[in-house]
Design a protein around this ligand. Structure first.
Ligand code: CMP
Length: 138
């Protein structure tokens, strides 16, 4: 079990000025920020990041959407980080997300679902390295 997870605050949540509210929920849940940047993915970078979903029917929409505006990328530290963060953000589809979760409060739809959270320790490591060098982690 690793103590690290990776998140993005997605273009819909940035556009609606929810960065502060989402970061407060993350901090209040006990996560420490290990790395963070405000950036925009190119289509190529979004395609590479979500390559595992390449065969899914929503892949093209996902890549277009995730490159459509700025995002906040961050690596978070906490004991049991991957599982605890997925509990904090709620189900992928915000209509199915539990009350009080980040997606229930801030997400619009299954595509524009406010935040990303790693689904395994292995992917957390891969995703963190996709965005951050060792010099950008504290
Ligand atoms: P995320 O946690 O970033 O991981 C993959 C993303 O694909 C997911 O959040 C959703 O935003 C998106 N996604 C999953 N299922 C669908 C779907 N049926 N239609 C559109 N986007 C989807």
């Amino acid at each position: 079990m690793s103590n690290l997870t990776f998140t993005m605050i997605k273009p819909d949540a940035v556009e609606k000025n929810y960065i502060g509210g989402i970061l407060k929920m993350i901090n209040d849940a006990g996560f420490r920020i290990h790395a963070m940047k405000f950036t925009q993915l190119s289509k190529e970078a979004a395609g590479k990041f979500y390559e595992v979903h390449k065969e899914r029917p929503f892949y093209g929409e996902l890549v277009d959407y995730m490159s459509s505006g700025p995002i906040v990328a961050a690596v978070l530290i906490k004991e049991n980080a991957v599982a605890d963060f997925r509990t904090l953000i709620g189900a992928t589809d915000p209509t199915k997300a539990a009350e009080g979760t980040i997606r229930k409060i801030y997400a619009q739809s299954i595509a524009a679902n406010a935040v990303h959270g790693s689904d395994s320790d292995e992917n957390a490591g891969i995703e963190a390295s996709f965005f951050f060098s060792s010099l950008e982690r504290f």
